[in-house]
Design a protein around this ligand. Structure first.
Ligand SMILES: NC(=O)C1=CN([C@@H]2O[C@H](COP(=O)(O)OP(=O)(O)OC[C@H]3O[C@@H](n4cnc5c(N)ncnc54)[C@H](OP(=O)(O)O)[C@@H]3O)[C@@H](O)[C@H]2O)[C@@H](O)CC1
Ligand SMILES: Nc1ncnc2c1ncn2[C@@H]1O[C@H](COP(=O)(O)OP(=O)(O)O)[C@@H](O)[C@H]1O
Ligand SMILES: [Mg+2]
Length: 282
């Protein structure tokens, strides 16, 4: 196994692209966040707000009907498309042309939702981030993994990773299985944890930012929004993954003196994104 490449500020500055002075929302990228179900609309609010706060020009959320008012009132900057069903997603039908898709947060595992995910994977050619219950749906239907476009980014926490790979008996075996999976399906795996590692075939990246303040509900949903936004802005998938993970952790490091570990919540990741981006301009 190769030694991990540390994701430091020095490495990040090699890939970070400041926003051009003459940019406008039409060329800053359009991110589509697909997720949500009854009782889990907060995850989509967090993810789509994180996306619009990470530099893309437009964000659309595709959600079940029950989330319409919630989304529109929580984040007026985000556009909303709804499924025909009230409480969960059954048919992912849209006519917009997003530059990146983030799917899975709060989406649930209803059989109709599983079928809708399969249909999207059949049709989709857009760069994609797959998280949360969309990963569990892939674990339940492993043959669908062959539908993923090359360099799709998946962002499992340890339990989601275990559902995809099966159990491991040591850290070494976990990395070996993850590398094998990345090679087999040509996907980038963000192995969330403390620290987070990113696996791109045999290359391993190790994040250097973040702290236990991030151990709070919704912090992964926010990460999905950030990475999807960067993908929509035309970052290469591996660069979107490393920059996204670095900025996500950095928000918690910057916030810590003010919030402590305890009072930092997922919305604070979004609140501190601006300060995290500013460190890359100096
Ligand atoms: N406000 C909202 O709308 C929110 C909505 N959300 C949405 O809810 C959906 C379900 O997501 P989820 O991750 O809570 O459920 P699930 O996959 O069963 O994992 C839980 C189990 O996994 C484990 N585990 C997790 N992390 C681990 C670690 N670091 N290290 C080790 N183990 C770890 C741990 O298992 P245990 O250790 O207890 O066996 C834990 O009990 C999803 O769609 C998400 O987007 C949430 O984001 C919250 C805010
Ligand atoms: N102790 C910790 N140190 C650093 N990062 C952490 C720690 N605990 C959690 N995180 C980060 O928080 C995020 C949690 O993601 P996830 O479990 O998917 O949360 P949720 O599904 O509630 O949004 C991951 O990015 C993970 O790396
Ligand atoms: Mg999660």
């Amino acid at each position: 196994m190769q030694l991990p490449i540390k994701i430091t500020k020095q490495e990040i500055l090699k890939i970070y692209k400041p926003i051009p002075l003459n940019s406008h929302k039409g060329i800053q990228g359009h991110a589509l966040i697909i997720g949500g179900s009854y009782g889990k609309m907060g995850s989509v609010c967090l993810s789509s707000k994180a996306a619009i706060k990470s530099g893309c020009g437009l964000v659309t959320a595709f959600i079940p009907k029950c989330g319409y008012d919630i989304l529109q009132i929580s984040i007026p900057e985000v556009m909303v498309l709804t499924d025909v069903q009230e409480n969960f997603i059954t048919n992912i039908d849209y006519t917009i042309l997003p530059n990146a898709i983030g799917i899975g947060i709060g989406i649930g595992q209803e059989i109709e939702t599983q079928n809708a995910i399969q249909q999207l994977l059949f049709d989709n050619k857009t760069p994609m981030v797959i998280d949360a219950e969309a990963l569990n749906v892939l674990s339940l239907n492993p043959t669908w993994l062959s539908l993923l476009q090359p360099k799709t980014i998946i962002t499992p926490h340890p339990k989601e990773l275990e559902r995809l790979l099966g159990k491991w008996n040591s850290e070494e075996e976990k990395f070996a299985k993850t590398i094998e999976f990345s090679k087999k399906f040509d996907v980038i795996i963000v192995m969330k944890g403390a620290p987070t590692y990113i696996i791109d075939r045999e290359t391993i990246y190790q994040n250097t930012t973040g702290n236990p303040a991030l151990a709070t509900a919704g912090s992964g949903d926010v990460l999905t929004g950030i990475i999807t936004s960067l993908l929509a802005q035309n970052y290469e998938p591996i660069d979107a993954a490393t920059l996204g993970v670095y900025l996500h952790g950095l928000t918690a490091d910057i916030a810590l003196p003010e919030t402590g570990h305890q009072s930092f919540i997922a919305s604070d990741i979004i609140n501190y994104l601006g300060k995290a981006f500013v460190t890359l301009e100096n």
